[in-house]
Design a protein around this ligand. Sequence first.
Ligand code: ZN
Length: 261
Amino acid sequence: MAAINVTIWNEYLHEVQESAIREVYPTGIHGALADGLGVNADFNIRTATLEEPSHGLPDDVIESTDVMLWWGHMGHHLVDNKVVEKVRQQVLGGMGLIVLHSGHYSKIFTRLMGTNCSLMWREANEKERLWNLEPSHPIMAGIGQYIELPAEEMYGERFDIPTPDELLMVSWFQGGEVFRSCATWRRGHGRVVYFRPGHEEYPTYRNPDILQVLANACRWSARTVNIKTNDSPNVAALEPVPGATDRAVKAAQAGSGSVGT
Ligand code: ZN
């Protein structure tokens, strides 16, 4: 089986700017994810961050990615719209996208969802219990009845997302709220996964169960096709069409492109 090209994108601002966060993730959230997912022999892992040229996502990297993970928070507005559009086109063409935690407000997620993706939140070191709703789904492989995290940020409903194609996990928080924590959507030929845990103050991305869900999600959403969907060609008929107008025949023969019908 060919290796899966996994690109882990992290804005990498909290870890640089705040020493307490750097203690939790000395090599950045992307570094921890690369270590945790790197034990899987079928993954070929790259990382990319906001400050790199093209945010670490030049065309050749985006185009050769089978699945991209996206962690962002304070720097959503700093992400270049041109890069976002290239990533979006890759998703529509078949690339997988796994949006993590505060990535709910990222440009790429809100554009793919078409909704505001707002939610309630609270930072109070709360216990989180993520209940496994679909044990037979490939993303839940190896996961028990629930995953328990001793301390996390709370996210509560209502999460302003379109109804997911598949809802795999619901979180319960100590303070009483619940949240749709693991959900999937198809967009074009691509598969999109949202996975909630991963606030920067907690070592959540070293939790074996969390890493298992992410590895499963990488395999489930990895690209199987690469199909451009942003062109609408005017094509010649495969067989003669007696009723075709001269204009239609000439336009198709000239390959006059995608404007109008
Ligand atoms: Zn957070």
